[in-house]
Design a binder for this molecule. Structure first.
Ligand SMILES: CC(C)(COP(=O)(O)OP(=O)(O)OC[C@H]1O[C@@H](n2cnc3c(N)ncnc32)[C@H](O)[C@@H]1OP(=O)(O)O)[C@@H](O)C(=O)NCCC(=O)NCCS
Length: 200
């Protein structure tokens, strides 16, 4: 089967005033390569979504370390991020605020399902719908590839991330002891996209 991939305290602060605009459909430059698309604008910034380039790998890795692996050994190093980005069956999409990296998502497309390997939104850009939009992007591209299941693992202690995914329709399916360097369990979550595709 074809599975070529494309590549203040935000928790408590109210979401910034923003203007959500009609989003254009995601278009492909090559297989799964989204064009740089504009996502949302706030009084302070305009955030765009677009494919990550290899040169973004170090910034993604550093943000990932700070947001996801801060108290764990750093496993998603620049080399590992770049390695995943090089895989044909993977996708890396970033949210950019001019030259600043606001967020990223890395996903892999298999024979049966798509897998979200990494997702992070910088603290100052949270609760603006960016994480939701990045996950939607993976879901949409998965369906284009004929995949109707999206899977991921999340740190058991990351209550806000578990809540985020639950709000997006993901169910907790399993727990894996010591998945993160033997220090923390993972919660496996997944979403069946079939209902989504037939309701459109
Ligand atoms: C989890 C994370 C990706 C959410 O990104 P985000 O852009 O802030 O999320 P969104 O604005 O798209 O939120 C969508 C919905 O999810 C829920 N949600 C998001 N963050 C939440 C939080 N901290 N607490 C509770 N619910 C939350 C809300 O229902 C939210 O909708 P609302 O703002 O209208 O209430 C972000 O907090 C993050 O990067 N966390 C650290 C890294 C991480 O844990 N990554 C995931 C595992 S790899």
């Amino acid at each position: 089967m074809i599975r070529r991939g494309p590549g203040h305290d935000a928790e408590t602060a109210p979401p910034p005033e923003r203007e959500l605009r009609q989003e254009p459909p995601i278009e492909s430059g090559g297989w799964f390569q989204p064009r740089r698309i504009w996502l949302l604008s706030t009084p302070m910034s305009t955030i765009t979504l677009g494919p990550a380039r290899m040169g973004d790998a170090p910034a993604i890795a550093h943000l990932s370390r700070d947001l996801i692996e801060a108290d764990l050994p750093w496993s998603w190093t620049p080399r590992r991020v770049a390695g995943l980005m090089r895989q044909r069956e993977s996708a890396a999409v970033i949210a950019r605020d001019q030259n600043r990296l606001a967020g990223f998502i890395l996903a892999q497309y298999g024979d049966e399902s798509a897998h979200i390997a990494l997702l992070g939104i910088a603290n100052e850009y949270r609760r603006q719908g960016i994480g939701r939009r990045l996950v939607q992007w993976v879901e949409e591209t998965a369906m284009v590839a004929g995949l109707f299941l999206v899977r991921l693992e999340v740190r058991a202690g990351k209550r806000e991330a578990r809540h985020f995914y639950a709000r997006l329709g993901y169910r907790e399916t399993d727990r894996v002891d010591g998945y993160y360097s033997g220090l923390e369990d993972a919660i496996k979550m997944s979403r069946d996209l079939r209902a989504l595709s037939t309701s459109k």
